[in-house]
Design a protein. Structure first.
Length: 169
């Protein structure tokens, strides 16, 4: 498995070229519009902006299998891993570098949805509106939900996502 090395000060350089200063550690986060929701990219980006987040940069990219499984997602059960690869192999994703306040994780969870299953999220959330409300059988009593958007659920995952995706921005 290839390990991706971070470019020193890349996030800081992006911010220096933008119009508003923010603490890099607290104010940046990554979100990824998944391939099934890519067709709704403009609507999703607008919802993110309307929620008070600032889009620093976006990149459209088809994510390779070895990045999706092993870097983006680790230690998935076999059936979930297979469905995840099928999901990401249907097309491109939109990687989004977002800037907000020190509560950016809470903002993202609120606008994207606080559950993995779209039908369990707030009906105003991105996952509810653009995700699939039925699961796909992933074997061994497991169900995979295409929920439209990836984001960290806490500060630890937010930092890990910044590290994982920085080289793609």
């Amino acid at each position: 498995m290839e390990h991706f090395q971070l470019e020193e000060n890349h996030a800081e350089n992006i911010l220096e070229s933008s119009d508003v200063a923010v603490d890099v550690e607290s104010g940046l986060a990554i979100a990824v519009i998944k391939p099934d929701a890519f067709i709704n990219k403009d609507q999703i980006l607008k919802r993110l902006e309307d929620s008070g987040l600032y889009i620093v940069k976006t990149v459209t990219k088809r994510l390779p299998d070895n990045f999706v499984i092993g870097t983006m997602y680790k230690d998935l059960p076999k059936g979930i891993e297979e469905e995840t690869l099928k999901h990401f192999n249907i097309g491109s994703s939109e990687i989004i570098l977002l800037r907000g306040g020190s509560d950016i994780v809470e903002q993202l969870v609120k606008i994207t949805g606080d559950k993995t299953r779209p039908n369990e999220c707030s009906d105003e959330s991105i996952r509810y509106i653009f995700g699939e409300h039925f699961g796909r059988n992933a074997g061994e009593d497991k169900t995979y939900f295409r929920n439209a958007i990836h984001r960290g659920k806490d500060a630890e995952e937010k930092k890990a996502d910044l590290d994982k995706f920085e080289h793609l921005l």
